[in-house]
Design a protein around this ligand. Structure first.
Ligand SMILES: NC(=O)c1ccc[n+]([C@@H]2O[C@H](COP(=O)([O-])OP(=O)(O)OC[C@H]3O[C@@H](n4cnc5c(N)ncnc54)[C@H](O)[C@@H]3O)[C@@H](O)[C@H]2O)c1
Length: 265
């Protein structure tokens, strides 16, 4: 065994340690982003919440502070590079650096492809794909200067499987899977890893809002689930910690499915 192969004492104990790191979480005012932000804070990460939903961010921030964590809210629109750059300046002024970026801002709109409204197509692609790209670019540039960082995009089972009335969403999430690989390829030798999480259908405000307009998408997905059980947002926290930590140093450009086996068949 070479010296480098030796496992030093305490190595594993520190493998998932993120304490003291700074994370930016987009979409932190609701759903999956809020849960990941709270989960990070519970392991000692200082969290910059980023959203256009000020009331939602205030709730997430309050929960984190009540639990003894550190968080601050930053209003920014991920579809605007100018807005992200201004926000990044405020985050650097407050926290000094950015170790982790989680891109969770996103939305869905359901309509048959033949009638899909052009403005909704623009909205979904702008938010889910361009927003993920721009936030990765703006905070990735900070990480490139630092020579260190981890980016985690929230993709979806929809990046791999089709379901009805979700054409723009599916295209956007397929794009996020490829975007994850392309950023990982370009920045992998400069200290930055870029991965994604691919959740199944989750119990979140987004799912509930979409289900109120039509259940056709959710019914299709549920009929193919191994267990007819929605994911809970807190069930993504472990993956978000793993991908940001030293436990995943060989994982890059990967979409880690948290899909309760949805992609098996
Ligand atoms: N809910 C699911 O079943 C599910 C499954 C797989 C993947 N996802 C993905 O997870 C991510 C989060 O979904 P969610 O269920 O938490 O949704 P959500 O609607 O609960 O939360 C999304 C958050 O993004 C914010 N946001 C919207 N537009 C923004 C903008 N322009 N700039 C900044 N923030 C903005 C919203 O204000 C909201 O707080 C999305 O990318 C979604 O596609 C969700």
């Amino acid at each position: 065994m070479s010296e480098e192969d030796v496992v030093p004492a305490g190595y594993v104990a520190d493998l998932f340690n993120l304490s003291g790191q700074i994370a930016v979480v987009t979409g932190a005012g609701s759903g999956l982003g809020a849960a990941i932000a709270i989960g990070y804070a519970q392991v000692g990460v200082k969290v910059a919440l980023l959203d256009i939903n000020d009331a939602g961010m205030a709730q997430t921030e309050q929960k984190i502070i009540e639990q003894g964590g550190v968080a601050a809210s930053f209003h920014a629109d991920v579809t605007s590079k100018t807005s992200l750059e201004t926000c990044a300046g405020s985050i650097l002024a407050k926290f000094g650096r950015v170790d982790i970026l989680v891109n969770s801002a996103g939305s869905a709109f359901r309509s048959p492809a033949e009638d899909f409204p052009e403005e909704k197509l623009d909205f979904i692609l702008d938010l889910n794909l361009k927003g993920t790209y721009l936030a990765g670019q703006v905070f990735g540039n900070i990480m490139l200067i630092q020579g260190k960082g981890n980016i985690i995009n929230i993709a979806s089972i929809g990046g791999f499987r089709a379901y009805p009335w979700a054409s723009a969403y599916l295209a956007s999430k397929g794009g996020v899977v490829q975007l994850t690989k392309s950023f990982a390829l370009e920045w992998g030798n400069r200290g930055i890893r870029v991965n994604a999480i691919g959740p199944t259908l989750m119990d979140s405000p987004l799912t509930n809002k979409a289900a109120a307009s039509t259940s056709i998408t959710a019914d299709f997905i549920k009929s193919r689930m191994l267990r007819e059980r929605l994911g809970l947002s807190r069930e993504l926290i472990g993956a978000a910690i793993f991908l940001a930590s030293e436990a995943s140093t060989l994982v890059n450009g990967h979409t880690l499915m948290c899909d309760d086996g949805y992609l098996i068949a």
